[in-house]
Design a binder for this molecule. Structure first.
Ligand code: NCD
Ligand code: ZN
Length: 344
């Protein structure tokens, strides 16, 4: 196959950031995605209904002229989130709330340190039909970084889904065979997003022959067997797995640093790179489900009625982009060749 037309895709997990960064990130995503779930890990985080509404307005204001792109808004859960916060955020249009274990990732210091304290909140979310999005990693210092997702499943994920069978839970940006198996064995109320980097790469790609900071994200890339498990499951077309780029911009000097930030800014090439992966897997017929259908169905939203066409054609992803503030950023796979392209 050298060309494929699919219903317009959605991105079920990304980071737009805020302020003048929106002038870069919103158009880059709106170029091919109809909707995107906007992560709430701003500084300060999006913890109230008013913050949800205001952030939504700022994203809408950054859309290119004539764009019908729609952000899907989320609330950031903290130790002090109340049931009323859930009710108000839902009324303000938040479809989901995000659970970050404190310290798990970028701007998550304000996040949850006592998971059990949130169970009444999960109960309210279940009642309100609000989705729970989970960054599934434990943060205890003594747990090896490569084991943190599996530990989270054993310590927390199992407990949450058992206690709230009617709560829709998205296990975000899964990276391990353990997470694939967990989601497959769970009820239909449990699904997962998968990023382009975790399908394309494993930890050797990041570490052999030198450290590649632009491949560093959280959860960190795992060993090859885990990458293969992710690739295998998307090739089956299983409806529990869908597209979430986790596109997460950080300026170049924050990535190329003695203590580099976690996050891959993939908005410039994500759908094309997913197409490349599905092509490699000889599963291009499964791309539309993954990119454009399973996520909408899980969120209970209508599928998009427009379409995009991708062609099998090499192009070079820009090596560097200049942000509105004048600082450079290196997009994911910057300077590398991508084998699929959006048809103009
Ligand atoms: C994200 C970011 O930079 O906000 N970073 C990342 O490596 N994925 C946070 C996150 O999704 O964990
Ligand atoms: Zn993320």
């Amino acid at each position: 196959m050298t060309q494929i037309t699919i219903q317009t895709p959605d991105d079920w997990h990304l980071h737009f950031r805020d302020g003048d960064m929106l002038a870069e990130t919103v158009p880059a995503t709106a170029r091919c995605f109809q909707r995107a779930v906007a992560m709430p890990n701003l500084v300060p985080p999006v913890t109230t209904a008013d913050m949800v509404s205001d952030y939504k307005q700022r994203i809408l204001a950054a859309r290119p002229e004539g764009s019908t792109f729609e952000p899907v808004m989320t609330l950031f859960l903290t130790n002090t989130t109340s049931k009323q916060d859930i009710i108000d955020a839902k009324a303000a249009g938040a479809l989901a709330a995000k659970l970050y274990p404190a310290g798990a990732t970028t701007n998550s210091d304000a996040a949850v340190s006592r998971l059990d304290g949130l169970f009444p909140i999960f109960e309210e979310m279940q009642k309100q039909g609000m989705l729970l999005l989970v960054h599934g990693e434990v943060t205890a210092h003594h747990i090896d970084i490569f084991d943190r997702e599996k530990e989270f499943i054993d310590q927390n994920m199992t407990r949450i889904v058992d206690a709230f069978p009617d709560l829709k839970v998205v296990f975000e940006h899964i990276t391990t065979k353990d997470a694939v198996d967990f989601v497959l064995a769970a009820s239909d109320n449990v699904a997962a997003t998968i990023t382009p980097q975790h399908l394309l790469l494993n930890r050797n790609d990041m570490l052999v022959g030198g450290v590649r900071p632009h491949y560093y994200c959280l959860p960190v890339l795992k060993r090859n067997i885990h990458q293969q498990a992710l690739r295998a499951v998307v090739a089956t077309g299983n409806k529990k797995f869908f597209l979430g780029t986790d596109s997460a911009p950080h300026e170049k000097d924050k990535k190329e640093n003695a203590c580099g930030c976690a996050g891959c800014y993939s908005a410039w090439s994500a759908i094309e790179l997913y197409a490349q992966v599905f092509d490699e897997l000889d599963a291009l017929d499964k791309l539309e489900g993954f990119a454009s259908q399973h996520g909408a169905d899980f969120y209970g939203l209508p599928r998009n009625t427009t379409s995009i066409t991708l062609v099998k054609e090499d192009w070079t992803i820009p090596a560097e982009i200049t942000l509105p503030n004048g600082n450079p950023i290196v997009p994911f796979f910057g300077g590398e060749t991508c084998g699929w392209k959006i048809k103009d």
